[in-house]
Ligand binder design. Structure first.
Ligand code: ADP
Ligand code: ADP
Length: 236
């Protein structure tokens, strides 16, 4: 189990270089922070893992399988995703939003609409409790929750299918400092419990130092550091 980037380059249609020759590996179960300023290439990098962007050169290999149009169907259910602006259905309930995390495992999305199998509902309820939302929240509309609570829903959804990998694109960018710490601690705890590797983009070095096992720093689409928080501190 690992995530491997092999000489990944991404040039957009307008000629912008998103990534230039990026190579690194995230071992199974590691919490890896992709650290960089706005425009450094963090989103591009994450999108190359789940197929929302395709590399112009090189490849991404997930558990020994290269990410291609043909392998995405098989890989998607094993990759949980957590978003910057949560990407939840605001008018739907907390429970419905979390159950939707199982959609990648269903051959046609329609099979799930309307009638959720009991097992899925039980998994969702257990996850919702585990991320710190009480039973009284199950049927509440997501739009009525705070940002921190909404991201808890996003985290529960990402773990619906027991993913081997979790992608989190600036998951705390819209949250206050204390809530950011709580949310990153929760993502880390859930991932460690599951043994899932995390690829989490951040622009705050203090948060990266606090939560990462591995930090990959990007600047202008290139890796300028890859190592532990301790090694980054020594390097200064
Ligand atoms: P971030 O919040 O990661 O810094 P941006 O605000 O740069 O992201 O970009 C937000 C969205 O706009 C992304 O989906 C990105 O792909 C797209 N985008 C960013 N830069 C450009 C660009 N030069 N041309 C077209 N789309 C872009
Ligand atoms: P980050 O997530 O670190 O803010 P991005 O991956 O969004 O960085 O962007 C990296 C570079 O690629 C930036 O220069 C951005 O403007 C550019 N970019 C991102 N998406 C697009 C796009 N769809 N079309 C053109 N350029 C893009």
């Amino acid at each position: 189990m690992s995530l491997l980037f092999e000489h990944v380059g991404k040039r957009y249609q307008d000629g912008t270089v998103g990534l230039a020759d990026v190579s690194f590996e995230v071992p199974a179960g590691h919490f890896c922070v992709i650290l960089g300023r706005s425009g450094a290439g963090k989103s591009t990098l994450l999108r190359c893992v789940n197929g929302l962007a395709s590399p112009s050169s090189g490849r991404v290999v997930v558990d020994g399988v290269a990410v291609t149009a043909a392998t995405l169907r098989q890989l998607r259910p094993r990759i949980g995703m957590i978003h910057q602006s949560f990407n939840l259905a605001p008018r739907a309930s907390v429970a419905t939003n979390v159950i939707a995390g199982a959609l990648p495992a269903v051959s046609t999305g329609r099979a799930l609409l309307g009638l959720f199998p009991k097992a899925l509902r039980e998994t969702a309820c257990a996850l919702i409790a585990d991320v710190g939302l009480g039973e009284e929240h199950l049927q509440r509309r997501v739009a009525s929750l705070s940002g921190g609570q909404q991201q808890r829903v996003g985290i529960a959804r990402a773990f619906m299918l027991d993913p081997d990998h979790v992608l989190a694109d600036e998951p705390v960018a819209s949250l206050d400092p204390q809530t950011s710490i709580d949310i990153l601690a929760l993502i880390r705890r859930k991932a460690k419990q599951r043994g899932a590797a995390v690829l989490c983009s951040l622009h705050q070095i203090d948060l990266a130092m606090r939560f990462a096992d591995q930090i990959v720093a990007l600047r202008d689409g290139q890796v300028v550091f890859n190592g532990t928080p301790k090694a980054l501190a020594r390097q200064g």
